[in-house]
Design a binder for this molecule. Sequence first.
Ligand SMILES: Cc1cc2nc3c(=O)[nH]c(=O)nc-3n(C[C@H](O)[C@H](O)[C@H](O)COP(=O)(O)OP(=O)(O)OC[C@H]3O[C@@H](n4cnc5c(N)ncnc54)[C@H](O)[C@@H]3O)c2cc1C
Length: 409
Amino acid sequence: MTQPRHHDIVIIGGGAAGTSVAASLLRQRPQLDVAVIEPSDTHYYQPAFTLVGGGTYKLEDTARPQAQTLPAGATWIRQAVSALHPEQRRVRLDDGVDVHYQTLVVAAGIELNWAAIEGLPEALGHGGVCSNYAPSLARYTWQCIDTLKAGRALFTQPATPIKCAGAPQKIAYLAAHQWQKRQQSHHILAEFYSGMGALFSVPDFVPHLQNVAIDYGIGVNLKHDLIRVDGERHLATFKVTDQDDQSHEIEVPYDLLHVTPPQRAPRFVRESALANEGGWLRVDAHTLQNPDYPEVFSLGDASSLPTSKTAAAVRKQAPVLVENLLAHLDHQPRSAHYDGYTSCPLVTGYGEVMLAEFTYGGTVTPTLPLNPFKRSRFYWVVKKHLLPPFYWGYMLKGKEGDIAHKVRA
Ligand SMILES: Cc1cc2nc3c(=O)[nH]c(=O)nc-3n(C[C@H](O)[C@H](O)[C@H](O)COP(=O)(O)OP(=O)(O)OC[C@H]3O[C@@H](n4cnc5c(N)ncnc54)[C@H](O)[C@@H]3O)c2cc1C
């Protein structure tokens, strides 16, 4: 039987959030005993998956070895966590070993639930069924867009919370722009189907995004949730919910089907005493600390933070969590405060991005004094060329200098 382990600070997940927090803690206090539990040997820059699917970014450039991205001073435990036992301050690993902690940070991201859509696991990756939500499939998205000359292209968004809520429509705009440039648009019917009741969660952006869809001739179908894919017959089935909350099913034929899968918190989080009613790791929306177990913190996609799940949100959450965690270790009051900032570069075509930045309650808070509703060439350059090196070389290194965002007048 393998001996249990102990580390002062245990971080579950070495993605955007876990790596940023580990690096920042060790920059500030190199003597800390920090362990990161992370099963994967590759760290992906996921925000560029949209550009990979759009044929304008190399998949190889989104990936780096985990051994290079985790901070040198952290212990890497290359395992997955299977259970949390907060009352005993320990986590159980997949191989049965227990890891004890003094302070825990849960940053395990979000689970993609492909199997929630009947027939999808079998249909994915061939016959025109693609997704930017898995690196192994993003290149196939581009192949599907590039080779479609005529027919019907469907782009879906589920009714669950997802990471980067703009990503399902961004790829629709890139595809439509591509077909427009090739003068194929009149042979291709492009449609967006969302299980949600609005095109975007922040009402101020909705009319501007509706105009983008209209400009490309993309049909928008809200409250249409993909529930079944018949890959043999190229048929997608949607559950349609009407205004009286009555639902019925419709079948739509497709030649290209870009699927954003339903998503949920990782199983070990959902099944733990630390989960809220939605299954997310329960934390205070401003301090990022669990109300019942003050030695437990969480951030990023796995957390209950009621904001849009993005790497940009993690960039603002990590410094707050680190400051409050260090204050907790020092028995000082928690003073750092997260305002819900998140941002989504809404790619509206090749060479143009509408940058949605907002805080809790959907308050629009741009960082730069530019019109956030304008389709901007400058923000495309930021998205494609500036944010990736910033992510690898700055955010993941735990550097925390920042430009403040402001409420838009
Ligand atoms: C197609 C797409 C487009 C996106 N576009 C944008 C964008 O334009 N802008 C933006 O800001 N964000 C974007 N995002 C979202 C962004 O990538 C995530 O919000 C961000 O990575 C969240 O960080 P995280 O650390 O919480 O999760 P992740 O970065 O996903 O990391 C979670 C880590 O936990 C690990 N893990 C999982 N289960 C376990 C376990 N049981 N035990 C231990 N470790 C575990 C995983 O292996 C992973 O390394 C996009 C995402 C996708 C998929």
